[in-house]
Design a protein around this ligand. Structure first.
Ligand code: ATP
Length: 217
């Protein structure tokens, strides 16, 4: 059965680094769909800059024209800290037979041992690690060990079991971060072409990162 790609993040804001990664994985890993799940209250970082409703709308606008991209509001609805293990539990209850592929960038993967109940994540989903500029896969420590024990070499491995494998996949490297976009807006510079225009327009209308200086909206 084709897996569902599960893409969680703060998406504060969503940008082309996220979208291109999800699109390449949708095609290369033959996902049924990629589910974007904006987190409500991220446990590993301070408060988000834009509130949950605006981040949700930014993701909705960014993906609406792409078949196979789906938005999912379960973390925002749930309230409390958005633990990935709980999100995967709720998806597993909804899709008992379906392979799930949790998508993370390499930087997020390197922080995995700090996640709540991280060792149980592979009981509920596969891990799909997208290379990000400047990061290398570890070959020692708990993550090196995880890759050695659970590493998958074939896309088919992710279709044949519902969970339990780690698949590392290179994607086009777009050196864009949400931090950089927020800093550009704060410095009164236009973040155009780092994200879809509809997302930039919403940033301008909502003033979620301050006043967007632009000559062309
Ligand atoms: P911030 O700058 O606020 O930390 P971010 O740009 O890293 O944000 P997040 O919403 O925190 O975005 O990231 C969600 C997921 O997307 C993470 O797994 C992260 O590794 C991945 N990701 C973020 N930016 C990129 C990118 N340019 N290319 C590929 N993956 C990315």
């Amino acid at each position: 059965m084709k897996p569902i790609g599960v893409f969680g993040g703060t998406f504060d804001p969503i940008h082309y680094g996220h979208l291109r990664t999800a699109f390449e994985l949708l095609q290369a890993l033959r996902f049924e769909e990629v589910r974007f799940i904006p987190c409500g209250d991220p446990p590993h970082r301070g408060k988000t800059f834009a509130d949950a409703a605006v981040r949700f709308d930014m993701v909705r606008l960014a993906i609406e024209s792409q078949a196979g991209f789906v938005i999912d509001d379960r973390e925002i609805r749930r309230g409390g800290p958005s633990y990935t293990i709980d999100t995967l539990g709720s998806l597993r209850a909804e899709f008992p037979e379906r392979p799930l592929g949790l998508i993370v960038g390499m930087d997020a993967f390197l922080g995995l041992p700090h996640w709540h109940r991280w060792a149980e994540i592979l009981d509920r989903a596969h891990l799909v690690v997208a290379h990000r500029p400047g990061w290398r896969a570890p070959d020692t420590g708990p993550l090196g060990d995880l890759i050695a024990r659970r590493g998958a070499r074939r896309v088919g491995d992710l279709h044949e079991a519902v969970a339990g494998r780690v698949y590392i996949h290179a994607v086009t490297q777009l050196e864009i971060s949400s931090t950089e976009i927020r800093e550009l807006v704060a410095a009164r510079r236009d973040p155009r072409f780092l994200m879809p225009d509809a997302v930039r327009d919403l940033i301008a209308r909502s003033h979620c990162y301050g006043t967007l200086e632009t000559t062309n909206l």
